[in-house]
Design a protein around this ligand. Structure first.
Ligand SMILES: NC(=O)c1ccc[n+]([C@@H]2O[C@H](COP(=O)([O-])OP(=O)(O)OC[C@H]3O[C@@H](n4cnc5c(N)ncnc54)[C@H](OP(=O)(O)O)[C@@H]3O)[C@@H](O)[C@H]2O)c1
Length: 303
């Protein structure tokens, strides 16, 4: 895809999209913001990276949309459908406009949103968003990671591709033709680590202890059976080892779901465990260990 001088439209900005918008502004890109609610003409936010604070500001999106608009949608999984619906109703929107879509879990889009030009992105960056006493959005970049974007690889026209710009603005960003396997692997890891750490209120590294291994293995085994039925060629050992690797590398962290529980925010459990169970049911694969985890989670948190 080629596009000279894209007009980046960023939803939020939230933790991840705020980092991306900041990188784009630092690369002198045209960025505008589609906020959920704002009466102002511009949106400001602050990013703390390695202890250093930097302020950013961008105008709210002008309608009708510019023809070269590219959207960045990094929202909680339960907000994905509404966010895409909102974009598709904007004056000037065309279905060919690229949409970078990044979220944990999986969301089945309604038929009306199926023809959109969605490019999934997976990221391992870690960031949290809060608001200070002046209601300014504050984003703390806590962990540098990497990202993968579902897009055609660099061509001879690379300099005209918006992905080439995004690779500079939000590095490292790898382009991959098909992210399905990566998205499923992340789903499996999240379906193991998130609910367990949220239920038992522990750091991720707790799950490395021997006593958890039979449960981790059952969860990985059931999830892989569902993934395989969807044509994803992951193995049980790929997934189990990846769960252990993530638990080891983030041993002292609280998972995002545990953080959501502690701050009494809505969790993404339905788009993680709920999605896995439903997809398994539709494919005739039983997922009793995930169901037991979901039941326990709902008993405790009704979330
Ligand atoms: N943060 C991380 O470190 C991280 C890492 C990897 C993956 N993820 C995943 O990435 C996704 C995004 O996470 P995040 O932490 O960036 O979330 P976040 O900080 O909550 O950001 C989401 C932003 O999108 C906005 N938004 C939602 N629906 C909207 C709509 N219809 N119109 C306009 N704006 C809308 C939200 O606005 P409001 O403020 O009004 O809600 C918020 O500013 C999640 O699925 C998360 O699990 C996050």
């Amino acid at each position: 895809m080629t596009m000279a001088n894209p007009n980046w439209v960023v939803l939020g900005p939230g933790a991840i999209s705020g980092l991306m918008a900041a990188g784009l502004l630092e690369h002198r890109q045209s960025v505008s913001i589609l906020a959920r609610h704002t009466r102002k003409n511009s949106v400001s936010w602050q990013i703390t990276r390695s202890g250093k604070k930097t302020a950013f500001s961008a105008p709210v999106v002008q309608l009708p949309l510019a023809k070269n608009s590219v959207f960045i949608v990094a929202v909680k999984a339960f907000d994905v459908t509404d966010a895409l619906q909102r974009i598709s109703e904007l004056d000037g929107f065309q279905k060919t406009m690229p949409i970078v879509l990044s979220h944990n879990g999986m969301v089945t889009l309604p038929a009306t949103l199926k023809g959109l030009n969605v490019h999934y992105m997976v990221t391992t960056h870690g960031a949290v968003k809060s608001r200070d006493e002046n209601d300014t959005i504050c984003i703390e970049h806590r962990g540098s990671g990497r990202s993968w974007l579902e897009a055609e690889k660099k061509s001879t026209q690379a300099k005209l591709s918006p992905w080439f710009i995004l690779q500079d603005a939000f590095p490292p960003l790898l382009l991959e033709q098909d992210l399905s396997e990566k998205r499923w692997l992340k789903l499996v890891v999240n379906c193991v680590i998130n609910p367990l750490t949220a239920i038992y209120q522990c750091v991720n590294g707790e799950l490395l202890k021997e006593k958890w291994q039979p449960q981790l293995y059952s969860l990985a085994t059931e999830a892989v059976a569902v993934a395989n039925k969807q044509g994803i060629s992951l193995t049980r050992d790929d997934c189990y080892q990846e769960v252990l690797r993530v638990a080891r590398e983030t041993a002292l962290n609280h998972s995002s779901m545990l953080q959501d529980i502690k701050q009494q925010r809505r969790t993404e459990i339905q788009q993680l465990t709920g999605y896995l169970i439903q997809t398994g049911k539709a494919a005739g694969i039983a997922t009793p260990t995930h169901q037991a985890l979901l039941d326990e989670f709902q008993k405790r948190y009704a979330n």
